[in-house]
Design a protein around this ligand. Structure first.
Ligand SMILES: C/C(=C\Cc1cc(O)c2ccccc2c1O)CCC[C@H](C)CCC[C@H](C)CCCC(C)C
Ligand SMILES: C[S@@+](CC[C@H](N)C(=O)[O-])C[C@H]1O[C@@H](n2cnc3c(N)ncnc32)[C@H](O)[C@@H]1O
Length: 244
């Protein structure tokens, strides 16, 4: 488990954007449309499975990702690839009722889950969250609009990562931060093999019980194709057996 904290002012656009091979082991989930359908399908069980598979740890990782953005009261912030909204809710508490949170995702079903949670949880500050159906590679916001951005387990799933990072760069105010939370691929063969073993022997069998084997097998390929821990930005390793 690794988390990248990218600081806009340090020029991550040129140093961290890389072309990544898009040849996942599951060819049927290679294009953006297939991924959109995948995230629609898993929406009803996504939150429960995350709690179960990470033993609740993902909530801690998400709090850390939000704190690294430096978001403060009154800020205007974006949760990109927001899914069912965990990070958006945490950001909402940080920026308060005078701030504004935009949660953007291309999965209608995930956004429906986010919106129903917003009404169920009914905290006063959650009124500052707006859910937007949109594409991370073509953001519907003006240049230099946000004080901070989070993207949790999102960048890895975006087909055109370079374009998504260029868009993040464009909509962030100068000197603001984007916090990218994700699983990375370890450069240590033993650790990488152990990650894959965990997915094959724990994650996929649990997901199979929900009829979602193919969807969670995709997770393994997406981590395999993603960045290693070597990066020009600050890398914080949270999981001893997943770090580089
Ligand atoms: C936070 C979790 C899952 C997020 C998640 C991210 C994705 O990209 C997906 C893509 C497709 C389907 C589902 C998801 C998805 O749910 C919960 C944690 C899940 C697993 C524990 C992930 C295991 C991968 C680690 C590299 C291995 C470490 C295991 C340890 C128990 C954390
Ligand atoms: C693994 S989920 C993460 C959800 C949430 N951020 C979290 O931490 O639980 C990845 C999300 O990225 C979204 N996504 C992937 N590619 C996208 C794109 N090009 N534009 C918008 N959303 C995208 C998916 O719909 C999905 O909801």
């Amino acid at each position: 488990m690794a988390t990248l904290q990218l600081q806009l002012s340090s020029g991550y656009q040129s140093s961290s954007c890389r072309h990544l091979p898009i040849s996942l082991s599951y060819p049927s989930i290679r294009c953006a449309n297939d991924r959109q359908l995948l995230f629609n399908r898993i929406a009803p069980v996504y939150d429960n499975l995350n709690d179960m598979l990470s033993l609740g740890q993902h909530r801690i990782w998400k709090r850390m990702a939000v704190s690294w953005t430096g978001a403060k009261l009154g800020d205007c912030v974006l949760d990109l690839c927001c899914g069912s909204g965990d990070l958006a809710f945490l950001l909402s508490e940080k920026v308060g009722s005078n701030g504004k949170v935009s949660g953007l995702d291309f999965s209608k079903e995930q956004l429906l889950m986010a919106s129903s949670r917003q009404h169920l949880l009914s905290k006063a500050c959650y009124k500052n969250i707006e859910w937007i159906e949109g594409d991370a590679t073509n953001l519907p916001f003006p240049d230099r609009y946000f004080n901070a951005i989070t993207i949790g387990y999102g960048l890895r799933n975006v087909v055109d990562k370079r374009k998504a990072m260029q868009e993040m760069f464009r909509v962030l105010k100068p000197g603001s931060k984007a916090s990218v939370l994700d699983f990375n691929k370890s450069t240590q063969p033993f650790v990488a093999s152990f990650q894959e073993w965990m997915i094959d022997n724990v994650v996929v069998p649990v997901a199979t019980a929900y009829g979602l084997a193919k969807e969670y097998e995709y997770l393994k390929g997406s981590i395999r194709e993603y960045l290693t821990g070597v990066s020009s930005s600050v890398t914080k390793n949270l999981y001893p057996f997943c770090c580089d």
